[in-house]
Design a protein around this ligand. Structure first.
Ligand SMILES: C[S@@+](CC[C@H](N)C(=O)[O-])C[C@H]1O[C@@H](n2cnc3c(N)ncnc32)[C@H](O)[C@@H]1O
Length: 272
């Protein structure tokens, strides 16, 4: 039997209630700092097969609903569902006039949707929070109609490595979220039963004037470290100084780099 677990993800991902609470808290600040998320989602949208209209789309891990609004515009004749694990994000998205017709709280690993009920599952920068990517794939396969498309973006190993290495130099503790290897995405997609139209990774490097700008941004996104094993309590002055010093080793003319290794995948459910 093929092993669909992900042994290379070291340790468990954060508790889903913590993920939901963290993103709910970030709902009001998220859009003001989500430049990378915008760029990644737009790039993903550009990889959805052209000239094709889904009858019904699902924006999975829809956040503030930014891409639900873009999907509603692009597929004006279709109806849309937004699913997110964070109630606060759904509330924020519901307050917008345009976007998904339905907003449903739910988990990508256990979708609250009927079998064969959508034609497009669009999910941008959400499934890196799921422990079992194989379950996400199986659920997408279940809810898609034959011929339907799953378009996802996610993060893999290599993401925020500068921050990870700088903390490592200070105290060796887990300060940065863990990510699956790209090879695991390849293996799991190949075993998913989908036809693979696209699967690649692409590095996006952002620059910050200082470390605090980066860590504040991660917090405003709701994406700061929630891993089990993270240090508790406030970061002491001496350790913070150590971090700032260690990160300086990476400085480039444009500022302090933060690398995001983004995985893009477009998969199609085979016709019955
Ligand atoms: C970085 S935001 C991305 C939001 C939106 N897709 C975008 O690109 O702007 C990640 C979103 O995924 C949601 N999320 C995390 N884990 C999830 C899960 N297991 N099921 C559904 N949504 C999840 C979070 O609550 C958050 O709203």
């Amino acid at each position: 039997m093929t092993d669909l677990s992900c042994p290379t993800l070291p340790g468990a991902l954060p508790d889903k209630r913590q993920v939901a609470a963290s993103f709910s808290r970030a709902a009001a600040s998220y859009d003001s700092v989500a430049a990378l998320q915008r760029a990644v989602g737009l790039s993903l949208l550009g990889q959805v097969p052209a000239g094709w209209q889904p009858l019904r789309w699902l924006d999975l891990g829809s956040g503030t609903g930014h891409f639900s609004r873009i999907l509603a515009e692009r597929f004006a004749q279709s109806s849309g569902v937004a699913v997110d694990i964070a109630e606060g994000m759904l509330r924020h998205a519901r307050n917008e006039q345009r976007g998904a017709h339905y907003h449903v709280a739910g988990d990508a690993e256990r979708l609250p949707l009927r079998d064969a009920s959508v034609d497009l599952v669009f999910t941008s920068l959400a499934v890196q929070w799921c422990d079992q990517f194989a379950s996400v794939l199986a659920e997408a396969l279940r809810v898609l109609r034959p011929g339907g498309v799953l378009a996802f973006s996610s993060l893999c190993v290599g993401t925020l490595d500068e921050l990870r290495a700088s903390w490592q130099a200070v105290d060796g503790l887990v300060h940065v979220n863990r990510f699956r290897r790209f090879e695991d995405y390849q293996r799991l997609c190949a075993a998913s039963g989908f036809e693979q139209l696209e699967l690649h990774r692409c590095a996006h490097v952002l620059h910050y004037p200082d470390v605090r700008s980066l860590t504040h941004e991660l917090k405003a996104l709701g994406a700061h470290n929630l891993n089990p094993g993270r240090p508790s309590g406030l970061t002491g002055r001496a350790r913070m100084q150590g971090l700032l010093q260690a990160y300086e080793a990476f400085r480039q003319p444009a500022g302090l780099p933060a690398t995001y290794q983004v995985v893009y995948g477009v998969l199609r459910k085979l016709q019955a």
